[in-house]
Design a binder for this molecule. Structure first.
Ligand code: NOJ
Length: 483
């Protein structure tokens, strides 16, 4: 099964919870613009679903697509659950019309998809595949025809295999290639796509792919090398932000989807809340904090010592190129309490009995949906925030009549959305929410065993069946609220 690394483990590995931190001035107090108990979202709130290319498209050999690292990695049978790979996945490449009709039927307003870089540049750089954009053109036209707003992610883990000859993200050449591909995407798509996301979940693919070797490209590098990989990815992100701005039509927006560590106070007292805010900045020092502040925290650099990444002032400027929006992927919480020793907080371990969803790494913790956007906004006064992913795997089994009664997923979603609303009611500027995921799909090394969809996919027939959670989400969207 997928070796999922709890997202705070990297920080722990580096001893991040053990040294000093400086907290910038806290943001504006929350005036509370709504009455307690209001269960409606603001007018115009964007309700979406999210997917990614390798997880749904299939058709890996069609229209001149090049190989990606996930093709190579998943074709080694022992790397994934029972040797599953994404060769067919949801066959979305051929069934996109049906999938768009499904979204339309649920009332979904926005769709976050990712582009397979190796469809566009089969070698990662150089010549553009003449058919590369054809599928995305067809898909976007169908999406816009039913009024669904596309959000395009440029990189969701499927690096063109050819770029591994230079070490993949170990090399800044990959950051440059990513920038060129992003420029091409912005030119080609920005007549229809108004929102671009550069990269999805930097920490997950860097740690799982380059430190633990559990995901593609399956490397087990040293801490110093991994810190450099993360830095290079962020340079790629910053260059891509600039490339999108330079090549897209006026008014196009660009952001990132970050799985920031959602630090939550164990008890909502002033001291624990303050500690959790310090923790938010430090536990996210490697990605979100440096993007927002243009510097690695002293604490981060000190904790890494000789393993700290090598960087220039210019690279930090690139990394911190201002974003139009910040995307937060919110899943499991990290519980924090105040500590009298520096840096003023302590991560509290979860007991064995802590409730988890079907994916063992996913501990239940709706509070993160309140605290993560709130702390991000307090620390960095963000313009717009989107929840770019949130969802859960369940052990879905169709009943004899073919229904999927995933009440655990509904419990999860309702609880997280309640906390999201709590923040919005305190003026945290969250503008939209993308549920992960539209339909069951290829869950990386967990293959097809782990189902995150609100639509059940029978992989033998490719039949889609909306689950009870899909009906729940449809209701939420229709009411623009939880009641
Ligand atoms: C994180 C990733 O972005 C996505 O690809 C994955 O399927 C989900 N969250 C669930 O693990």
């Amino acid at each position: 099964m997928r070796v999922r690394i709890n997202r705070r483990d990297f920080g722990r590995l580096l001893g991040l919870s053990a040294s000093a931190a400086t907290l910038p001035a806290a943001g504006a107090p929350n005036p509370g613009n709504k009455m307690a108990g209001d269960r409606k979202f603001p007018a115009g709130f964007l309700w979406g679903t999210a997917t990614s290319a390798y997880q749904i498209e299939g058709a890996t050999g069609e229209d001149g697509r090049g190989l990606s690292i996930w093709d190579t990695f998943s074709r080694v049978k022992t790397n994934t659950y029972t040797g599953n790979n994404g060769d067919v996945a949801d066959d979305h490449f051929h069934r996109y019309r049906e999938d768009i009709a499904l979204m339309h039927g649920l009332g979904i307003k926005a769709y976050q998809f990712s582009v397979s870089w190796s469809r566009i540049f089969p070698e990662g750089k150089g010549a553009v595949n003449p058919c590369g954009w054809d599928f995305y053109d067809r898909m976007l036209d169908a999406l816009l025809a039913v009024g669904i707003e596309p959000f395009c992610t440029l990189y969701h883990w499927d690096l063109p295999q050819a770029l591994m000859s230079g070490g993949g993200w170990q090399s800044l050449d990959t950051a440059k290639a990513f920038s060129d591909y992003s420029a091409n995407a912005a030119k080609h798509l920005s007549d229809r796509v108004k929102n671009f996301i550069t990269i999805s979940e930097v920490s997950t693919f860097v740690d799982d792919g380059y430190l633990y070797g559990s995901d593609a490209p399956g490397l087990k590098l040293s801490n110093a090398q991994v810190a450099q990989v993360a830095h290079n990815v962020l340079v790629g992100h910053g260059l891509a932000v600039r490339a999108v701005r330079a090549n897209a039509r006026a008014g196009t927006k660009v952001g990132i989807a970050d799985n920031a560590v959602s630090t939550c106070p164990v008890i909502e007292t002033r001291e624990h809340i303050d500690a959790a805010r310090i923790a938010y900045r430090e536990e996210n020092a490697r990605v979100l904090t440096v993007i927002q502040e243009g510097r690695y925290t002293d604490h981060y650099l000190k904790a890494l010592g000789a393993d700290a990444p090598k960087f220039t002032a210019e690279e930090l400027q690139v990394i911190s190129t201002p974003l139009d929006f910040t995307g937060l992927n919110i899943y499991e919480p990290t519980w924090v309490r105040a500590s009298s020793t520096a840096p003023g907080y302590e991560v509290v371990d979860m007991p064995k009995s802590y409730p988890r969803m079907a994916a063992g790494w996913l501990e239940f913790g709706p509070d993160g949906m309140y605290w993560s956007p709130k702390f991000a906004h307090e620390l960095w006064k963000l313009k717009d925030i989107y929840i770019t992913e949130n969802g859960a795997a369940s052990w879905d089994v169709p009943t004899s009549t073919g229904e999927v009664l995933d009440t655990d997923r509904i419990l999860f979603l309702r609880s997280y959305l309640t906390q999201l609303l709590r923040g919005i009611n305190e003026c945290v500027p969250v503008k939209g929410y993308f549920l992960w995921t539209l339909m069951d799909n290829y869950e990386w090394t967990d293959g097809y065993a782990m189902r995150f969809g609100i639509t059940y996919v029978d992989y033998k027939t490719q039949k889609r069946t909306v689950k009870l959670s899909g009906e729940f989400y449809k209701e939420v969207i229709a009411r623009n609220g939880l009641a």
